[in-house]
Design a protein around this ligand. Structure first.
Ligand SMILES: [Zn+2]
Length: 157
C-alpha cells in the first residue's frame, strides 16, 4: 500500500470502519511510514476531542444515587462488620489508653463524690479528757469564802 491509498482509507480506519485485508494493510503501512502515522495520530486526537466534548458527564444527583446504590448492594452484612470491628488489630497506643482507663474512672468518681463530713466529736470518757488543756485560761472559782470552816469536819470544832 502506498501513501495515497493509505490517506484515502485513513479516515475509515480511524473510525474503525475498515475490516479484513484492507485494515491489515493500513496497519502495516502505518507501522512503516512516519508521515502517515503522524496523520493517523492527528485524526485520532481530533476524534477523541470530539468525543470528550459531546460526552455527557453525569450530574451530581446521578453520582450520589449511583454511590448509594453501590453501597446498598455491596455493603457487607452486619455480622461481618461487627466481626471486622472485633478482629481489628489494636495499635500500640491502645494498650496505654486501656491502662489509663482505671485512672480516668478514679478521677471522675473522686470529682463526683460529695465532700467527706467531719466525724462526730466523741464525748469525753476518760480522766485525761477532763484534764485542763495547757492553752486554756486558768479556771475561775466563784462564791468561795476561805474564812468559813467546813462544818462536817469533826476534829476542827
Ligand atoms: Zn505513508
Amino acid at each position: 500500500m502506498d501513501c495515497t491509498s493509505c490517506q484515502r482509507a485513513l479516515i475509515d480506519y480511524v473510525y474503525d470502519e475498515l475490516h479484513g485485508d484492507e485494515r491489515r494493510e493500513v496497519s502495516r503501512h502505518l507501522g512503516r511510514c512516519p508521515s502517515c502515522a503522524l496523520e493517523f495520530c492527528q485524526h485520532r486526537e481530533e476524534l477523541d476531542e470530539l468525543t470528550r466534548a459531546y460526552a455527557e458527564a453525569p450530574g451530581d444527583h446521578v453520582r450520589q444515587a449511583l454511590r448509594a446504590e453501590v453501597e446498598r448492594r455491596f455493603r457487607p452484612p452486619l455480622w461481618r462488620r461487627l466481626l471486622g470491628a472485633w478482629t481489628r488489630p489494636v495499635p500500640a497506643y491502645g494498650v496505654a489508653v486501656a491502662g489509663l482507663l482505671p485512672v480516668l474512672v478514679w478521677v471522675i468518681s473522686a470529682a463526683a463524690a460529695p465532700e467527706p463530713r467531719e466525724p462526730p466529736r466523741a464525748e469525753p470518757t476518760s480522766a485525761r479528757d477532763f484534764a485542763p488543756r495547757e492553752d486554756a485560761p486558768p479556771p475561775r472559782i466563784a462564791g468561795y469564802d476561805a474564812s468559813t470552816v467546813l462544818s462536817h469536819e469533826p476534829g476542827l470544832m
